[in-house]
Design a protein around this ligand. Structure first.
Ligand code: KIV
Ligand code: NA
Length: 269
């Protein structure tokens, strides 16, 4: 099967809501990508790997080196999905030129199909600059986790009329600038629907609405790897419990010298 392309994703939306919703999950490693790839349209190498893999308090400290290493691993582990890599905080906001240098490094060193960056109207000139120079851009509006120090937390956005209108304007500015898709995160449902209706490109929700053009979740969240997850996460499995259970049984068998058993030991001929 040939790998999906950015234009194919963009074309999923033709006027109204996508007929075939876009399926997106995060992936950070090659093996995880292999398992998710057949079921997804897009694999996102999210800067959420800062918290999920590295135990950081937010995505703010994540570096371009980290995104490059994990992005390359996910591309190597997939053959079907479009791989998009997050631009980490501090590598694109200063100028379109700074963004281009960072994004070009991601494309060259990971072979990803495009990048994602956070921000609305303020980032529109950068989105146009990159798109016109051959770098597909996915936007990200609403709750933008890299702005946690300005927002003061991870609460849902768009509760006031002014905030709601600003989020719609942000999405419109990104779409006008050429974004091929936009993530809308952590907004009250009517705003997710308003954004989806306002822009011609696909809108992918997380903490949004079923009436977006697609959905994304952090894979570890939906697998049940964490005790505390946002309200918008649905847990499809309880993998955390499975891992602790296996570790507990292994520990008990090592302590009772019942592992390794006959099947796991080499015997002389
Ligand atoms: O970093 C991430 O995982 C993301 C998604 C949640 C959209 O940006
Ligand atoms: Na992100």
């Amino acid at each position: 099967m040939k790998r999906l392309t950015v234009p194919a994703i963009r074309q999923r939306k033709q006027g109204g809501l996508t007929v075939e919703p876009i399926v997106m999950l995060t992936a950070y490693t090659a093996r995880q990508a292999q398992l998710l790839d057949p079921h997804c349209d897009i694999l996102l190498v999210g800067d959420s790997l800062g918290q999920v893999i590295y135990g950081l308090p937010s995505s703010v400290p994540v570096t371009l080196d980290l995104m490059t290493a994990h992005g390359a691993a996910v591309v190597r582990g997939s053959y079907h999905s479009v791989v998009i890599v997050d631009m980490p905080f501090g590598t694109y906001e200063a100028s379109p030129e700074q963004a281009f240098a960072s994004a070009a490094r991601l494309l060259k060193e990971t072979s990803c199909a495009g990048i994602k960056l956070e921000g609305g109207e303020a980032m529109a000139p950068t989105v146009a600059f990159l798109t016109e120079r051959g770098i597909p851009v996915m936007g990200h509006v609403g709750l933008t986790p890299q702005a946690v120090n300005v927002l003061g937390g991870y609460n849902a956005r768009g509760r006031s009329e002014a905030e709601a209108a600003k989020i719609v304007r942000d999405a419109q500015a990104l779409a006008d600038a050429g974004a091929f898709a936009i993530v809308v995160e952590g907004v009250v449902e009517p705003i997710a629907v308003a954004v989806t209706e306002a822009v011609p490109c696909p809108v992918i929700g997380i903490g949004g609405s079923a009436r977006c053009d697609g959905q994304v979740l952090v894979t570890e969240d939906m697998l049940g790897m964490f005790e505390r997850v946002p309200r918008f996460v649905k847990r499809y499995e309880a993998i955390g419990d499975i891992i602790s259970g296996a570790a507990a049984r292994y520990a008990a068998e090592v302590r009772s010298r019942t592992f390794p058993g006959i099947e796991q030991t080499y015997q002389p001929k």
